[in-house]
Write a protein that binds this ligand. Sequence first.
Ligand SMILES: [Zn+2]
Length: 667
Amino acid sequence: MAWYEKSYRRHLADMHIEDWDPEFLRDFSPETYVENLKLAHIESPMIYLQSHVGYSYFPTASGKTHAAMTSDPSPVERLIELCHREGMSVVGYYSLIYNTWAHDAHPEWRMFDRSGKSVRERTPHYRYGFCCPNNAGYREFLKTQIDEIAARFRLEGMFYDMLFWPDLCACPACRERFLRETGREIPEKEDWQDETWLLFHRKRAEWMGEFASFAASYTKEKMPGSTVEHNFASAVAGDWHGNETEWVNDSCDYAGGDLYGDLYNHSFTAKYYLNVTKNKPFEYMTGRCVESLAKHTLTKSERALGLEVMLTAAHHGASFIIDAVDPRGTMDRRVYERIGKVFERQMPYEPLFSRGEHVEDVAVFYSTLGRYDPSGSGFDSKRSSVNAVRTLIKRHVPVGVISNAMTKPLESFGVVAAPSVAGLFPEARKGLLDYVRNGGKLYFSGAGEPGLLREFFGAELLGFTRENRTYVAPRAGYEGYFSEFNREYPMPADVKQMKTRLEKGEVLATIALPYTARDEDRFASIHSDPPGIVTEYPSVVRAAYGKGEAIWSAAPLEAFDSWQYEDIFTGFLKLLGGGACTLTTDAHEGVELVLFREEGGFLLSAVDLLSANEDVNDGSFTVSIRTGSAMQARVFPSGELLPTRYGGGCSTFRVPSLSQFLAITLS
Ligand SMILES: [Zn+2]
């Protein structure tokens, strides 16, 4: 069994420390470090072999050794030995691309923008130096560093950080590679209508994937048996600039990364990792500081940290807590006591983590390469997908997140929603078309995939509206799909909508516009832009395609916040899917229910997302699960029976109380 399969409690202490002051890392104690890990019940620590600063934590010939790590063996080597003695699986940390020492020592390796300057040269006091992954000299240096690590350490795994583009690199290596592979020059400006720009965007993602493969394959060659994980956070974190995609995940034994959004972003990423990871469990990294590690002494409460850990647990993932050492190398013992208490809450549920398959009545298709909005309205695949998942969590619709790289056949999903879809890998575009042709049901929005519009509706694209505040006006007979909106009071959409001429499809709504655009001096109403002109351009259209069906909305209504949009979006999915959910409940919308199916039963987790500070819900609710035969609900792990009745194909039971987290089994 691989080390990660039974390792659900993981840890990292950030150690991006300089060495110009002899105090720095002077008090680093391997013994205290290990004591803290034990206090926190850590099974797998990730330990720094090097950092963004660039200094190695072992004697190196190729780089620079941190002044506090020059002994042989170094304190970090001693730490790893102590962890192994305690039976822990150790992963080594290494920072790619971000290497300030290498940037300063080797100007020829730097990432440059079009001005020919690196960000550290352009920006006063900028702390991070970036080396370009396309630079051959930098790659040779990395090989030597990996050789040194392989010769010195025995590690269960290697973790490589920063597999994304922190700068829009136009260094000689990038220019040469783009010319060689495409016959073109790197485009001068961002333009999502420009074919060369789109090609450059895609190439940067491909190159990052190829660089990930370079690092992983060299590591596996030199450190046989060691796993490789690249930080896969930027597949969700950040916008198109970073351009980390599933091509990086291709080189990861399991998916994991550090993210800093709210609990709905956390849940979204857990669902995404769950479906893209090559091996389970996925790993979700949570910082112990409030907001970010920048708040070095501001620690999350046991309750808040516990909520995040239990949300990962509900998705059967491994939790990974990130701390940061003090410059002197010391750690706050109280943090480890707190993490220990949090993990003591998780431990009884760990036997569930290797069981079952996540139930996903609806799959939200998130395109990592589609983090751009060709209309310029700011609603890209990520923003719209995260909000779609938020809505479905609130409405208790079992939802999964899928992507360009699919580990499950699309046919297994009743309905697929592709919010603001753009940047599809060619095989994924073909996959979606085949899915619908063979009977699948697809909702998608935006104009980022003209190929889908042409295929499903025979659409001719006529350009975006000038107005960026537009409306969706239901046609007569279709008002029932549009909450409280009608032709006189249409649905507002703060986006430019694509005007189209369609050959086929049933038009449910058309585009309506205000009297004037925001870039005109004249206006109708000084505070607002009420609807004034109803056009015949389709805004929502539905068409059969093969044995299946597609609904397209020109405006990403699933991305907007208000109950009306939630009603309309979930209504469209019901219209496509025919209704019957695997799970129905009267639980408060702040309670997330995560359902897994296993042979002969189900596993249900309930997480109160509003409980970071205190329990605000009364905590009782009824759940009905489409079990197909009579099943009995039991609280896990106590085994307490919950009275369960069976009827209409569903087993129904009442949860008497919920305090932050609860697990229930049905069998
Ligand atoms: Zn470059």
